[in-house]
Design a protein around this ligand. Structure first.
Ligand SMILES: Cc1cc2nc3c(=O)[nH]c(=O)nc-3n(C[C@H](O)[C@H](O)[C@H](O)COP(=O)(O)O)c2cc1C
Length: 358
């Protein structure tokens, strides 16, 4: 038994205090209609808040209709998206969870079907198809639609869409925003040399490739309240020789820290379809550890974290400040309650469920 486990110690980020270090990682549900959150989203996110997560982050919410991955993706591109999200926020907070929203643009990976419908590109001419945008006109795979290269006007519009989405997120009551700049989606596709072949100020050098994500982070810092933490999820490596790597991630993290980002959420991969990713328990934790140490910024670890003792070790050993879990939370919505028991902490159980955990 551990005395006062680190996993259950609060963490203060700007004006927000999280009750523990356990976070529900963003998970697309492909269950929205025209981007609107539905009962499914309330129950999906709500049950993990009932289960004791310190922070619940929504799935990728598209900042524009064309920024969705699939037609069923959540969105926040119009004012009408705010109220259904606010309903969810109210419930999550009533359960003591902090609330985050992940703002996203799918870039060249947009216009596909949901995984259970094959996860295939929806091609021009098919119902629900749209043309994706990207830094360069290079498709994600030969089977994907060739994206339209985004021009300067398009970049300006995109920055504006992120700003508007952030304002709506604040209005909906979210405690924090996570910018999705990982997994091969638009912002990652700009900083990865594998997908960005531009010759202008957004391509070529590391500084140029990072320009867009740094601008978006700067923009959002300016429109959200000072007390609101800002997270950025990055792919710490492309797992490809000559692609994006940890050293570049550390440089980007330093830049993001300077413009007021509070936490780097350290994921990896997704830039190309044929990378060799050595997936194994805790395989991305070393990125969170290195970025935390070398960029001097708080980090979140994610990826195949399942065991309470392992999650505790990540925080206790100073490898990350937060632990994010996705699939384990799908299997065990009440994971924090059972983890607390396993680590010797008296779990906080909703009164309604008290008899199940006594
Ligand atoms: C169903 C599902 C949907 C996901 N959707 C998102 C998403 O919207 N945004 C994101 O950044 N990552 C997404 N991910 C990735 C997870 O957040 C997480 O990084 C990944 O699953 C590794 O963590 P795990 O091993 O705990 O599942 C998704 C994963 C799953 C399983």
């Amino acid at each position: 038994m551990i005395t006062n486990p680190h996993l259950f110690r609060p963490l203060t980020l700007r004006g927000l205090t999280l009750k523990n270090r356990i976070v529900v990682s963003p998970m697309c549900q492909y269950s929205a209609t025209e981007g609107l959150a539905e009962d499914w989203h309330l129950v999906h996110l709500g049950s993990r808040a009932v289960g004791g997560a310190g922070l619940v982050i929504t799935e990728a919410a598209a900042v524009s209709r064309d920024g969705r991955i699939t037609p069923g993706c959540l969105g926040i591109w119009a004012d009408e998206h705010a109220e259904p999200l606010a309903r969810i926020v109210r419930f999550l907070k009533s359960q003591g969870a902090a609330t985050g929203i992940q703002l996203a643009h799918a870039g060249r990976k947009a216009s596909t079907t949901a995984p259970w419908k094959g996860g295939k590109p929806i091609l021009a001419g098919e119902a629900d198809a749209w043309t994706p945008v990207a830094p360069s006109a290079i498709p994600f795979t030969p089977a994907h639609t060739v994206p339209q290269q985004i021009d300067f006007a398009g970049i300006g519009k995109l920055r504006d869409e992120f700003r508007r989405a952030a304002r709506r997120a604040v209005k909906a009551g979210f405690d924090l925003i996570e910018i999705h700049a990982a997994h091969g989606y638009l912002l990652h596709s700009f900083y990865s040399p594998l997908s960005n072949h531009r010759k202008d100020e957004y391509g070529g050098t590391l500084e140029n490739r990072c320009r867009l994500v740094v601008h978006v982070a700067t923009d959002l810092r300016a429109v959200v309240p000072d007390g609101m933490p800002l997270f950025v999820r990055i792919s710490s490596t492309d797992w490809v020789e000559g692609g994006w790597d940890l050293a570049q991630s550390i440089a980007l993290a330093k830049k993001l820290r300077e413009v007021g980002v509070d936490v780097i959420d350290c994921s990896s991969g997704g830039a190309v379809s044929d990378a060799n990713v050595p997936v194994a328990p805790l395989y991305q934790v070393p990125f969170a550890e290195a970025i935390r140490r070398d960029a001097g910024i708080a980090t979140a670890a994610v990826g195949m974290i399942r065991e309470p003792a392992e999650a505790e070790g990540i925080i206790a050993d100073g490898k990350a400040d937060l632990v994010l879990m996705a699939r384990e939370f799908l299997r065990s919505p009440y994971w924090p309650i059972t983890a607390a028991k396993a680590l010797g902490v008296q779990p906080k159980v909703p009164d309604q469920y008290g008899r199940a955990f006594s």
